[in-house]
Every structure is written in structure tokens, then in C-alpha cells.
Design a protein around this ligand. Structure first.
Ligand code: AHR
Length: 521
């Protein structure tokens, strides 16, 4: 406390009058130690997802004949925005769509491809965008492709042949077919999902855990025969309803597939259904509980075997999604899932990413669902695009890819938004880049009413100038639209930490997301 009082004048100087003083009896403490490394922030934490659903593919990333598209039909404005987002890995073709999709329908001359019913979302699939278009798109974005096989209504053999079509270097029938379709060199697709949400009763070809594991095991075996360098993601629990046995699903999948898979997937969508800001941003409790339960299940599956295959979590669908819905599966499809995001949703991006970074040793992939139009940070119509509020934190956090995640000690005022356990108002993660000796401190203040002053301790040799990136807005419900996407924008500035005994004070404004970049000398 004595030390805090000593830095108070500097705090007032750099942060303005601290409104917290009345409400907060003692400052929060954030203690950083660059030796306490959790793990690498895998670049694939900044992945994304494109599904044949609504206007994500057609009218989103791909619009043949549009003056805004290039010679391949890719929307140039969407592509540039995707690059600006820092997308590192892109999942396709679904989602639910994957469970009724036959990849053979989407190759060869476009005009010869069959139009099919899309029985996942109740629409018509022209198949004019298929495997080669998607893989070319990934090359343009600069993202690793991640294909999800049809483990619903599809077969093991279709999956095996898809790997061969994409990756075979020899002169097999399928490799020659790929060449005839314009791609000589193998695409080298490394990441393959063994189906999507097969635990969900809504899924085409939904299975129980044992039947899914039997299918996935055979698919994995056959796919690895086609290319033994691929990495496989098992369909983990997505169905977290009160009566769903999601723990049991994961246990069976891990027990049966542990020698074949590299990841198990998790999906989570959240929403502010009660219009309660602080409760909405308490979803990290649930997200982290699920991560930690599955982490324990992975450990249980591998314990006692020193040569056990490493298995990580791929959080391959996550976002805020609760408004663009209607009852019934097809009705949901017809809304096109076009969520209009607001400021509080943008803060939720920080909450999710902080949770992933804090668990960087086990969560090695995460894919925001989705890229454009459909529950997405980019929104397009035939005339152009705008960037949704959630775009900005995603793009900013992506700059921390490859850093070391640090185990930070946080002592801050707590709250209890429901009958569950109390949690800290400050939601914190931190990363360190040893190459540049910069520490990044990501702080979400999820108090609606209270600024929170914190003493940041533990860092020796902090340079006298640091930078601040801050996202804040008076109106929690502020949104963007065409021609008006400057409303919720981050501000960047420098500040001079008044360092004393290796610590300094900082005031985190109410309902804000702040990233401090601290240079170590
Ligand atoms: O991302 C939208 C849908 O949500 C996906 O198709 C499905 O996997 C999930 O239920």
C-alpha cells in the first residue's frame, strides 16, 4: 500500500483523476514473471472458419462476376480484410454442412458440377466453390488450410480419397485428376478434421460416441495411409446441454482414438441473453472449466505411457452467437446467421482469447466462427464491406502469435454475477516475445461501473516509454454498419510508466479492453 501511495501522483498525472478511489479500497495487483512460461502461443490460436452457410462463401469470400472480385472470383476487399485480421489457419467446408458434403461434387469444370440440396441448412449448393478454390484462397490469405471430412453421411473411402486428391505427389488417378483441374503440385493439406459436432442430434449422420469412434478410427487409418504426415482433429464435445454427457463423449473418443489423433475439438458460442453485461463476460469460467476438464481427460488417456502421442485441444468454433437465430434448424439457416456485433461483443473477444492464452500449453488451435457475413468480423454486400466491432481485438491479439504465454498472478476486486463462483473483474493474460524483449499485458476490465487501478509488478528494467492499445465506448450496445464502421475503434497512445521498485500503476477504465506493450531494457 505504501508503494502504491508513492506512485499515486504519477498515476493521476498519466491516467487522469482516478474515479476508482471512492469504490476501490486497495489497488489490484498484476504480477508478471517472464520466467513463468505456460507455453507457446500457437499461431493457430488465430484461426478462422468458412462454411457453406448463408453468405459466407457465396457473396462473402467468393462472388463470380462482381466488379469487386479478382479473376478467380475472390472478393478483393474481403481478402484484404481477412489478411488484416491475421488469420493463420482456415477451416472448411463446415460446420454442419460438412456432414452432408461430398467433396467430389466440388471439383472439375465449374459449369459441369452438380447442384445439390444442402440438407444441413436447407438451401441449394451450386458447388461452384470447391476444394481447389478453397485451397487457392488459403494461399492468397496466407493461411494454413484445415479440411473437415464428412463423418456424418459420408464414408471412410471418400475421406481417404480426399487426402489423396489433395496431397498425392505420384501419378495416381486422383493426383492426375487434380493436375487436370489445374494444380500440379500437391496442395499439402496438413490439418484434417474427423467430422463436425457428431455428438449433436442436429447433425446429419449423428452418432453415439462408440459408433463415432469406430468410424473415426477407420477414417484416420485410411487417411494416414494416403499421407502419413497429416494431423488429425477428433470431433469432441459441442453439445453442452444440461442433459448431455459431454464428458462421456470425450472420454470414449480419447480412449479409442488416442493413438491416432493430434487434437480433440471443442465448440462454444455465448450470448448476452439476460442483457447482463457482467454476467455475459463471466463466460470465461465455463470456457476454462471445459478446457481444464478436457485437459484432464487427455492426461487420463495418456497416463502411464511414456510414448503416448501428444494430444491438444482445437477450439475450432467459438464466438458470440445468439441474435441471428430462430427456432428450428432450417429457420436458423435462413437467417444466414448474420449477427450485427456491438461493443460488448468486442470485449468478449478479449475474454475468449485471454482464456486460450492462459491455457496455451493445451489449446493449440482456435478458429473463430466465422470469417465473413455469417457470425463474422467482416460484413459484405455487393457494394463493399464494413468491419464489425469484433474485428479490432482479433486483429490486435493476432500480433502476439508465437510469443510465450506467461502465468500471471492477479489479485483484483471480485464479483459474483450468479449463483456460481466469484471471479475477478480483471481478466488478464500476458505474453512475452524474447526476440524483442517485449511484454504484452492484455487486460479486460469487465466491471460495468468501476475503473480499476492496478499495481503492475515483477518486471525489472521496464523502458520509460510503453504503448497502450485500448478499446472502449460509452455505449455497450454501439454497433457498426455500412459507411459507419468508425464508431467502436481502438485508440493507441504511448505512456510513461512511473516505475518504482520494478512496479508501476495503471488505471484500467470500466468496460474496456487494454493491451499494454512494455519494452524491457
Ligand atoms: O458456425 C455455425 C454452426 O454452429 C456450425 O455449422 C456448427 O458446427 C455449429 O453448430
Amino acid at each position: 500500500m505504501k508503494r502504491f501511495l508513492a506512485i499515486l501522483p504519477a498515476l493521476i498525472l498519466f491516467q487522469g483523476l482516478p474515479a476508482f478511489l471512492a469504490a476501490q479500497s486497495k489497488p489490484a495487483v498484476i504480477k508478471i514473471d517472464t520466467d513463468r512460461v505456460v507455453g507457446e502461443v500457437d499461431p493457430h490460436l488465430f484461426g478462422n472458419f468458412t462454411e457453406h452457410l448463408g453468405r459466407c462463401i457465396y457473396g462473402g469470400i467468393f462472388e463470380e462476376g462482381s466488379p469487386l472480385a479478382d479473376q478467380d472470383g475472390f472478393r478483393k476487399d474481403v481478402l484484404a480484410a481477412a489478411q488484416g485480421l491475421g488469420v493463420t489457419i482456415l477451416r472448411w467446408p463446415g460446420g454442419n454442412f460438412a456432414s452432408g458434403y461430398n467433396w467430389m461434387d466440388g471439383i472439375g469444370p465449374r459449369d459441369d458440377r452438380p447442384a445439390r440440396r444442402d440438407d444441413a441448412w436447407g438451401s441449394l449448393e451450386s458447388n461452384r466453390f470447391g476444394t481447389d478454390e478453397f485451397l487457392k484462397y488459403c494461399e492468397r490469405v496466407g493461411a494454413e488450410p484445415y479440411l473437415c471430412i464428412n463423418a456424418g453421411l459420408g464414408t471412410v473411402d471418400e475421406a481417404r480419397k480426399w487426402v489423396e486428391y489433395c496431397n498425392e505427389p505420384g501419378k495416381t488417378y486422383l493426383a492426375e485428376l487434380r493436375r487436370k483441374n489445374g494444380r500440379d503440385k500437391p496442395w499439402g493439406v496438413k490439418y484434417w478434421g474427423l467430422g463436425n459436432e457428431i455428438d449433436g442430434p442436429w447433425q446429419l449422420g449423428h452418432k453415439n460416441a462408440a459408433d463415432y469412434a469406430t468410424f473415426a478410427l477407420e477414417a484416420a487409418k485410411a487417411m494416414r495411409r494416403a499421407d502419413d504426415s497429416i494431423r488429425l482433429i477428433a470431433s469432441g464435445s459441442s453439445n453442452f446441454g444440461a442433459d448431455s454427457d459431454w464428458v462421456g463423449w470425450n472420454r470414449t473418443v480419447l480412449d479409442r482414438l488416442k493413438s491416432e489423433i493430434d487434437y480433440i475439438s471443442l465448440h462454444t458460442y455465448i450470448g448476452n441473453r439476460d442483457n447482463n453485461f457482467e454476467k455475459f463476460l463471466a463466460a470465461s469460467r465455463d470456457i476454462e472449466d471445459r478446457i481444464e476438464v478436457v485437459e484432464g481427460q487427455i492426461k487420463a488417456a495418456r497416463v502411464g505411457n511414456p510414448n503416448a502421442r501428444p494430444i491438444h485441444i482445437a477450439f475450432d468454433e467459438w464466438n458470440v452467437w445468439y441474435r441471428a437465430m430462430a427456432t428450428g434448424e432450417f429457420a436458423i439457416g435462413r437467417t444466414g446467421l448474420e449477427e450485427n456485433y456491438n461493443f460488448e461483443d468486442a470485449l468478449a473477444m478479449g475474454m475468449f482469447l485471454n482464456a486460450f492464452i492462459r491455457h496455451a500449453d493445451i489449446v493449440k488451435m482456435a478458429n473463430l466462427a466465422q470469417l465473413v457475413n455469417v457470425i463474422a468480423p467482416i460484413f459484405a454486400n455487393q457494394q463493399g464491406i464494413y468491419l464489425q466491432t469484433i474485428y479490432f481485438p482479433l486483429a490486435e491479439y493476432a500480433k502476439q502469435r508465437g510469443h510465450q504465454s506467461l502465468d500471471v498472478l492477479v489479485r483484483a476486486p471480485e464479483y459474483r454475477p450468479d449463483s456460481g463462483r466469484a471471479l475477478s473483474y480483471l481478466d488478464v493474460s500476458s505474453t512475452y516475445d524474447p526476440k524483442t524483449r517485449r511484454v504484452f499485458l492484455n487486460v479486460l476490465n469487465r466491471s460495468e461501473k468501476q475503473d480499476i487501478a492496478a499495481q503492475i509488478d515483477g518486471l525489472r528494467d521496464v523502458a520509460s516509454s510503453a504503448s497502450v492499445w485500448e478499446l472502449n465506448h460509452d455505449d455497450l450496445k454501439a454497433t457498426h454498419t455500412f459507411g459507419k464502421d468508425q464508431v467502436v475503434r481502438p485508440v493507441s497512445r504511448t505512456f510513461q510508466p512511473a516505475v518504482q521498485d520494478g512496479g508501476f500503476g495503471y488505471n484500467f477504465p470500466k468496460h474496456s479492453l487494454t493491451i499494454l506493450t512494455l519494452q524491457l531494457n
